[in-house]
Ligand binder design. Structure first.
Ligand code: GAL
Length: 802
């Protein structure tokens, strides 16, 4: 039987690897995995600081009892090339920073003698391997940034189990399926499986399908052939209700059990067609974001807790139904959580625009094979990206990567991200970065303008991004335009009818190279900041997908934040049916879906375009006069007095001629109903209303003093295969809970109890949002964390490490 031994604690680390380190000499910094080779500042640093040949060293006792066993080491992820040395001998080299390496240590080991394991990790960006060779818009970091495991195996063992679950053709959810439809669907599922054994022994495979821990069906098979089990009363894996099963496979030799493997899977049918993406029989519009796997300070080096949290944030806070793991395969902990949540994944081989020489290309093909083999049991993955992101056509290379993906996984479609139209098309899906929306142009290009083949599927893999970088502290008009651009693209894609979906660039801001970003080595392209705090644009996504009530208002109603004091139209981002708008507790107007210019979206942003409502009634105007005065006042309140459109000018003239109204009249009315200058205690309230009930409320009023709120992602921590990290997200708000976008500061963090800062000791706050990370230390007990700012009440968070 296989024993899995996590090897994450107690490594020795050097940032300058040399022969003496290899020989086991000297003492070096103790570190745990995941580990970032060098902690990075928040911003204003260069990738030069992590160019290194680092070394990780560990002694592993190999008792006599292990004679006859086989030892396999798996390195989950090392940035960017890892060489494995065992007792001074080179055992393997892995030239990919984003796939796992499994290497057999057995030939290098003598039972009864300790084994000296050294992992040399090279992070220099001149390596001849993807993604290197030219510029790259993301940092590639350093270190052994994912977990390492040792497996002690029998002489013969289960090397790989590839599960291909299938459902009958006639199982189909209705359009607009609800959770009950998905959860209630039952069918006879079929599990076909390719089992690869290593070693000479093994006469029988025994397999069983488990629902939780209940065995549903079992069967026996001869090794070497595809196995097949039929699962009665099977449940669907669907974003609405992602049922997961376990396939247990055993390798027997006569009456001896040699190995047992457990693989999680789900029954779903994911098909890309010319008219879109179909999941479990119904058309399913992919509404996703691109995710980089980096965090402030620690780069890629986050343990499972934070990897999983990102999936939760994407699905539950940002409301997306899909994620693209740009531009490389990401942690299994992240994808496992996508499986559990029903979050669909488009994953791809590492790379960025550049295609290198023969060795480089051979590695890209190997990366495709490794990616597919290592990730193909995840039900959440629906598409393999087999081209280097945004590279030129290269028929020979992409024939190979497509063939590799199809050979290793005949069940899934291939795609590959391009920045060019009508290119060579060896994949099943034409995936294209459509950056055509510039604020004025339509949200996206029509399918026929981009793909060379209308009979195959078309997907937009990126949009926005560099077209409109947006910081949390940009002015209000900028933050609103950022959100509206995302809404316009989502709306155009939904309206198109023949596009499989789109992935916005991107989920989270990220550190990057000098050629990109705002000059401080950050790309502010996220709909959330680097600490995963949502910007306004995040509410565009949240309001499409979330079940929880969402209401975000685009304006703090301060004219001074806008050139010439012109606020423009205010928008409500909500999934409610309507929004009630109050001024000092007087209901001005109820805005409905009819007030959203985004007709193709179920929950398009609603325009709050009327600040007056029925208030003019008290003036005793004639009906038309009232209508015209109202439109004039509303227009000027939102868009200013200059460049009035013809309609408004005509109405003004008409009011003057017909009703003898003067400019002074208009000015006085403006002051009374719109200006509000000098008005004491002016307060606006927006209520999101669902089924007639107010479910969420935003109150905006002039308030000065800041309030700090701190949200830990969990309050109970426990170490498992490695240390655990808790993120504390901080927000500085007014007393009504509205983020103060121009608040910058640094909260002091004091910790009493067994947690220590991970990355940075202070909680940086930019644009009213920020965060800090703490990690476990091996000790247990209660923890009190206090965050304090000079001008706000301190906040205490109570946590427990078990
Ligand atoms: C794309 C690229 C992404 C990112 C984005 C910014 O061209 O694929 O990695 O750089 O632009 O908008």
């Amino acid at each position: 039987m296989t024993t899995r031994i996590p090897l994450n604690f107690g490594w020795e680390f050097t940032s300058s690897f040399d022969e003496s380190f290899l020989a086991g000499k000297g003492s070096f910094d103790p570190v745990d995995l995941p580990h970032c080779g060098v902690a990075t500042p928040f911003h204003y640093f260069s990738e030069e600081i992590y160019q290194m040949r680092a070394g990780y060293r560990r002694t592993i006792p190999v008792p006599e009892a292990l004679a006859g066993k086989r030892l396999l080491l798996t390195v989950g992820g090392a940035a960017q090339r890892v060489t494995v040395w065992v007792n001074g001998e080179k055992a393997a080299v892995h030239a990919c920073g984003y796939t796992a390496l499994t290497v057999e240590l057995t030939p290098f080991v003598t039972p009864g003698r300790d084994l000296l394991l050294v992992l040399e990790v090279d992070s220099r960006e001149n390596l001849d391997q993807p993604p290197f060779g030219y510029v790259v818009d993301y940092l590639t970091y350093a270190g052994l940034y994912r977990e390492v495991t040792l497996e002690v195996r029998e002489e013969s063992f289960l090397a790989d189990v590839f599960v291909m679950p299938a459902l009958p053709e006639d199982v189909a959810l209705p359009e607009n399926a609800a959770m009950e439809d998905a959860a209630g669907t039952r069918f006879t599922g079929r599990v076909t499986c390719r089992v690869t054994c290593d070693g000479n022994k093994g006469t029988l495979l025994r397999q069983r399908v488990l629902d939780q821990e209940t065995v549903i069906v079992e069967g026996e098979f001869a090794p070497g052939k595809e196995t097949s089990l039929s699962v009665p009363e099977a449940k669907l894996w669907d974003p609405l209700s992602p049922a997961l099963y376990t396939l247990e496979t055993e390798l027997w030799d006569g009456n001896t059990l040699l190995d047992r493997n457990r693989t999680r899977f789900g029954f779903r049918r994911a098909v890309f067609q010319k008219d879109g993406f179909f999941l479990n029989g119904r058309r399913f519009l992919l509404r996703g974001l691109n995710r980089h796997q980096s965090w402030p300070y620690v780069g890629y080096a986050m343990p499972a807790s934070q990897q999983r949290l990102d999936a939760d944030i994407l699905k539950m806070e940002l409301g997306v139904n899909a994620v693209r793991t740009s531009h490389y395969p990401q942690s299994h902990a992240f994808i496992d959580r996508c499986d559990e949540l029903g979050l669909l994944v488009f994953t791809e081989i590492p790379g960025w625009q550049h295609i290198g020489g023969a060795e480089w290309q051979a590695q890209a093909v190997r990366n495709t094979e490794d990616m597919v083999r290592q990730y193909r049991n995840h039900p959440s993955i629906i598409l393999w990206g087999v081209r280097i992101n945004e590279s030129e056509d290269d028929d020979a290379l992409y024939e190979k990567t497509n063939a590799a993906a199809r050979r290793e996984d005949p069940t899934r479609a291939t795609g590959g991200v391009r920045k060019h139209k009508k290119g060579a098309f060896q994949e099943d899906v034409y995936t294209y970065n459509d950056f055509s929306h510039d604020g004025k142009a339509p949200g996206c290009e029509p399918k026929k303008a981009v793909t060379p083949d209308m009979n195959r599927a078309y997907l937009i893999s990126e949009f926005n991004g560099h077209m409109f970088p947006t910081k949390s502290w940009d002015d209000e008009a900028h933050r609103l335009e950022h959100a509206l651009r995302h809404a316009r693209v989502l709306n155009s894609v939904a309206a198109a009818g023949d596009i499989a979906g789109c992935f916005g660039w991107c989920a989270f801001d990220y550190n990057t190279h000098k050629d990109f970003g705002a000059g401080d080595h950050i790309c502010y392209h996220g709909v959330a900041d680097m600490f995963r705090n949502s910007k306004l644009a995040g509410a565009v996504y949240a309001s499409q997908g979330s079940e929880k009530p969402v209401l975000a208002i685009s304006s703090a109603m301060n004219i001074g934040d806008h050139p010439e004091g012109i606020t423009g139209t205010v928008y409500a981002f909500t999934n409610a049916d309507e929004v009630r708008f109050y001024k000092n507790d007087t209901l001005i107007r109820t805005f409905t879906r009819a007030d959203s210019p985004f007709h193709a979206l179920p929950h398009g942003p609603i325009a709050i375009h009327d600040l007056i409502g029925d208030q003019l009634k008290e003036e005793g105007f004639a009906p038309r006069q009232e209508r015209y005065v109202k439109s004039l006042l509303n227009y000027t309140a939102l868009h200013g007095f200059k460049n009035l459109p013809f309609k408004i000018l005509f109405r003004a003239a008409w009011l003057m001629l017909r009703y003898r109204m003067t400019f002074d009249d208009a000015y006085a009315l403006f002051g009374k109903y719109c200006g509000n200058w000098g008005t004491a205690g002016l307060r606006y309230r927006f209520e999101a209303v669902r089924d007639g009930k107010a479910v969420k409320c935003v109150t905006v009023e002039p308030l000065a003093e800041p309030h700090l709120t701190v949200t830990p992602d969990r309050t109970d921590l426990s170490e498992g295969e490695t240390f655990e990290v808790v993120s504390l997200r901080a927000r500085v708000t007014d007393k009504n809970g509205n983020t103060l976008p121009y608040y910058n500061g640094e909260a002091e963090v004091t910790v009493s109890g067994p947690l220590v800062p991970y990355g940075n000791r202070r909680c940086l706050i930019r644009g009213g949002t920020g965060g800090v990370y703490l990690r476990t230390t091996g000790q247990t007990g209660p923890v009190q964390v206090t965050l304090s700012l000079p001008d706000a009440d301190a906040v205490q968070v109570d946590l427990t490490v078990r």
